[in-house]
Design a protein around this ligand. Sequence first.
Ligand code: CP
Length: 306
Amino acid sequence: IKHLRSAADLDAATATLILDTAGEMAALAGREVKKLPTLRGRTVVNLFYEDSTRTRISFEAAAKRLSADVINFSAKGSSVSKGESLKDTALTLQAMGADAVVIRHPASGAPHRLAAWVDGSVVNAGDGTHEHPTQALLDAYTMRSRLGRLDGLRVAIVGDVLHSRVARSNVLLLTTLGAQVTLVGPPTLIPVDIAAALSPQTKVSYDLDSVLPDMDVVMMLRVQTERMQDSYFPSSREYSRRYGLDLARMRKLPEHAIVMHPGPMNRGMEITPEVADSSRSTIVEQVANGVSARMAVLYLLLGGKA
Ligand code: CP
């Protein structure tokens, strides 16, 4: 494949190749191999129209570890603030010879538009409420590392599914790889038609307590108040009482189950600090795995091996 715009771009074989390659990247880092020459002379542009901590830093680290030249572009402080369009920005990057453009944008579908204007590979680093495929890859990698498999794994994705690009990409990727996904949250944040459209085998539940005992993985989502109208959301206290993961709820999970969160977290709302910092939490591990997963994506896309 040339671009990674959606988790739907990945069939099971390609997704597995990326996860295996991420494992090789992590093994090299573990053997103190800090840098690979693979992408020497290639240019990766990080084009961020929305704020990011984890994704932007890990793409930069991934590209640098592969010896690529990295250009970091942030809409703030650029000619975007003077009204320059995405197309004109893309043509400017094209003129500078970008081999890959990693884009985060508030508009769903922006990476698809961008791919029509640049010759290089386009990687979606989060577009609106649509998708965040490399987050799904690092999440799948983390699950496979911790639990040994993805096929048949039972995964609950909990909370603000409606606004979550992480949830969409995870449902697509995890079901491609044979996992069983249950979306859990208040009805206003999980319209059933969304669950059905994402994947026919995706289940929906509005009762977190009843779901937890059967799960191998529980993935808590950030409540995205910035994308929300008041009518969607009762109150923080009511939300936490019904859908927040605290110690008492975590104890309902099987012994082996892990707790995930893509970050950034609203500590005290969807997850308590005690759970986020517990030994079952993979939140920090997910960040570390993000570098390996993004190295694998850049390596395979730019090397034409995916
Ligand atoms: N998980 C994630 O996308 O985090 P950032 O917004 O910090 O990149």
